[in-house]
Design a protein around this ligand. Structure first.
Ligand SMILES: [Fe+2]
Ligand SMILES: [Fe+2]
Length: 322
């Protein structure tokens, strides 16, 4: 594909240059002029995404000490560490838009920032580690692969690396469920129960139906978002159906069927009242997740102070040497 030459800012003015870059599938970089609403939308979206990665460590961190073998423990620990890394890439990407990490962290621990509602559900059994990897990381991949082409450079580049790791996460979840499904009657029931609990919240991760998603059109025009919520949900279900067959689990939607005429899945109604209750902070684990984050932030203060002091001394030493 050949990209037509870009007219300079003097010729077109900043807004027109921005529009042209976006229209030509070129990247907007931190040094470039961008509309204030674009910047604000990205700060909100990227910081919420970063918070989700960090809060998302908790439901699985809950199982690290209880994973059934040394191998499972090592895999789970690596997975949870990956999520911390995802948070760091994303906080760094958001910082290029002019917000500090401290501000973002403060918004999170003050309860003013949102993060993905899915992490406000509990993880009572080992099978939840399988269901989270398979369904939650699976939904994340469907959402995030198109974000690798997001018009804002630092966001798109962070997503490339994140997506590679998410596919490992999805596979490890699938493998946990597969092992359980080949086990005893009790283990199979535990796997099915976890799938029953995580399926609907995972579908809700794509957001409200298209006709109730007011910000989507603008985000698509800016090429931050590439596919609508409903289209992404369709893709996700299309990925799950054959995998559920291999696993031998039932997806808990009696209305789910493939409509060959439309090429789409018909599915039951998501309980949006429940979804918005959890978004408003009234999910089963909202308070616990936030408290844990606050405690971790306070307990980690000495690490941040020590790192800042070390950086200060290093800079001073370099100054003296120069
Ligand atoms: Fe992640
Ligand atoms: Fe993940």
């Amino acid at each position: 594909m050949t990209v037509p030459p870009v007219t300079t800012a003097e010729d077109l003015g900043a807004q027109a240059l921005f529009d042209e870059l976006v229209a030509n599938e070129q990247r907007i970089e931190p040094r470039d002029w961008m509309p204030e609403a674009y910047r604000r939308t990205l700060i909100r979206q990227i910081s919420q995404h970063a918070h989700s990665e960090i809060i998302g460590m908790q439901p699985e961190g809950n199982w690290i000490t209880r994973a059934p073998s040394l191998k499972r423990k090592a895999i789970l620990m690596a997975k949870v560490q990956d999520e911390a890394g995802h948070g760091l890439y994303l906080y760094s990407a958001a910082q290029t838009l002019g917000i500090t990490r401290d501000e973002m962290m403060q918004q999170l621990i003050d309860g003013k920032a949102k993060y993905s509602s899915i992490f406000n559900y509990p993880t009572p059994t080992w099978a939840d580690m399988g269901a989270i990897g398979w369904l939650v990381d699976g939904a994340a991949i469907c959402n995030q692969v198109p974000l690798c082409r997001a018009s804002y450079g630092p966001y798109g580049r962070a997503m490339v690396r994140i997506c590679k790791e998410e596919s490992f996460h999805q596979r490890q979840g699938f493998e946990i469920l597969l092992t359980l499904m080949q086990g005893s009657e009790e283990q199979r029931a535990m796997a099915q129960d976890a799938v029953n609990r995580w399926y609907w919240p995972a579908l809700a991760m794509f957001g409200p139906p298209d006709d109730q998603s007011p910000n989507s059109a603008q985000s698509m025009q800016w090429k931050i978002k590439r596919f609508s919520n409903d289209d992404l949900r369709q893709r996700f279900v299309g990925m799950l159906v054959p995998q559920a067959e291999i696993l031998g689990v039932t997806l808990p939607d009696p209305e789910l069927r493939y409509d060959a005429e439309t090429g789409r899945y018909a599915m039951g109604e998501i309980d949006w009242d429940e979804f918005f209750e959890v978004v408003r902070g009234n999910g089963p684990c909202n308070a616990e997740r936030l408290q844990r984050r606050r405690d971790a932030h306070e307990e980690g203060a000495w690490v941040r102070e020590a790192a800042a002091e070390y950086a200060r001394k290093q800079a001073l030493r370099q100054e003296v040497a120069a």
